[in-house]
Design a protein around this ligand. Structure first.
Ligand code: SAH
Length: 254
C-alpha cells in the first residue's frame, strides 16, 4: 500500500480560517474527494489534480471510493467543511476501514483538523462557550429522533451551553421547532439563543433571541444555533449587535 489518504477540514468558509496544514495536504494531493460545493471552495493547485465530486449524504460510499484510490497508489485528500471529525467525513473513513478490505489498514491515513462551525460562530458572538458546553446534531438521518430528545433533555437539565448542528433542512423543516419546544420545558424563557448563519462567508449573519422569542424558521442548513446556559448573558451596545458570553466561573472563588 503506497498511497495515502488525508481527511481535511476546510473550516467554515473563508480562506483565512483554513489551516496551513490543510492547505499543504490539498496542494500535495493527486486526488480530491468530497461533496461538490466543498470541492468548489478549493482553488486549482496548478498541477493535474483529479476531482471526485459526490452528492451530499453518500459519505460511506465516498469514503470507500477514496480508500480504493489510495490503495491504488494515489495521494488522496477527502474534504469536509469545518472540522472533518465533527459530524463529517473522518468517522465515515474509519467506519469504511473497519468494515472494508483488510489491506486498507496498511494505508497511511491522517486527519487534519479544521475550525468547526461552532467555534467560528461562537467567536462571532463573543464567548458563549466560555463554560461547559456540548454539541448535538438535530439530523435524524443516522439516529432516532428519540435519542436526540433524550440528549437535549439531559443537556438542558445539566445546564450546558448547547450547540445545535444540522438544525433544519428541506427534508426536515420541523426539528428545530420541536427541539426548542422541548428546551422551553426545562430552561428559562430568558435563555439566550443565537442563530449564526453562513459564518466565515460574506453573508455571515448573527441573530440573538431568547428561548421565549426564538423562531425556528430562522434556521436553515447553513445555520448553527447556540442555546445558552442559565448564566449566558448579553452585553448590549448602541448601534451594534450585543456581545454574548458565558462567564467561566459558576460561583465566586472561595
Ligand atoms: N464538519 C462540519 C459540520 C458538518 S454538519 C463542521 O465542523 O463545521 C453541517 C452543519 O454544520 C450545518 O447544518 C450547520 O449547522 C453547521 N455549519 C457548517 N458550516 C457552517 C457555517 N459556515 N455557518 C454556520 N453553520 C455551519
Amino acid at each position: 500500500m503506497t498511497g495515502s489518504l488525508t481527511v481535511v477540514g476546510l473550516g467554515p468558509g473563508s480562506a483565512e480560517l483554513l489551516t496551513p496544514a490543510v492547505a499543504r495536504a490539498l496542494a500535495e494531493a493527486t486526488d480530491l474527494v468530497g461533496y461538490g460545493p466543498y470541492l468548489d471552495r478549493i482553488p486549482p493547485n496548478g498541477r493535474a489534480q483529479a476531482r471526485h465530486a459526490s452528492e451530499n449524504g453518500a459519505e460511506l460510499e465516498r469514503a470507500r471510493h477514496a480508500l480504493a484510490l489510495a490503495a491504488a497508489g494515489r495521494r488522496v485528500a477527502v474534504v469536509s467543511g469545518g472540522d472533518p471529525g465533527v459530524f463529517a467525513m473522518a468517522a465515515a473513513v474509519f467506519e469504511a476501514i473497519e468494515t472494508g478490505d483488510e489491506r486498507w489498514r496498511g494505508l497511511e491515513v491522517r486527519v487534519e483538523p479544521g475550525v468547526t462551525a461552532m467555534l467560528a460562530a461562537a467567536a462571532l458572538a463573543g464567548a458563549p462557550l466560555g463554560a461547559d458546553f456540548c454539541a448535538i446534531s438535530l439530523s435524524d438521518n443516522l439516529k432516532a429522533w428519540e435519542a436526540i430528545e433524550r440528549r437535549l433533555r439531559a443537556a438542558a437539565e445539566a445546564d450546558f451551553v448547547i450547540a445545535l448542528y444540522n438544525p433544519a433542512s428541506r427534508a426536515r423543516p420541523h426539528q428545530l421547532g420541536r427541539a426548542l419546544d422541548l428546551l422551553r420545558q426545562i430552561k428559562g424563557g430568558g435563555t439566550v439563543v443565537l442563530f449564526v448563519r453562513a459564518v466565515g462567508s460574506p453573508e455571515a449573519r448573527l441573530t440573538a433571541a431568547t428561548l421565549a422569542t426564538a423562531d425556528a424558521a430562522q434556521a436553515d442548513m447553513r445555520t448553527l444555533v447556540i442555546v445558552g446556559s442559565s448564566r449566558t448573558r448579553l452585553i448590549e451596545r448602541e448601534h451594534h449587535s450585543p456581545w454574548v458570553y458565558t462567564p467561566r466561573a459558576e460561583r465566586d472563588p472561595a
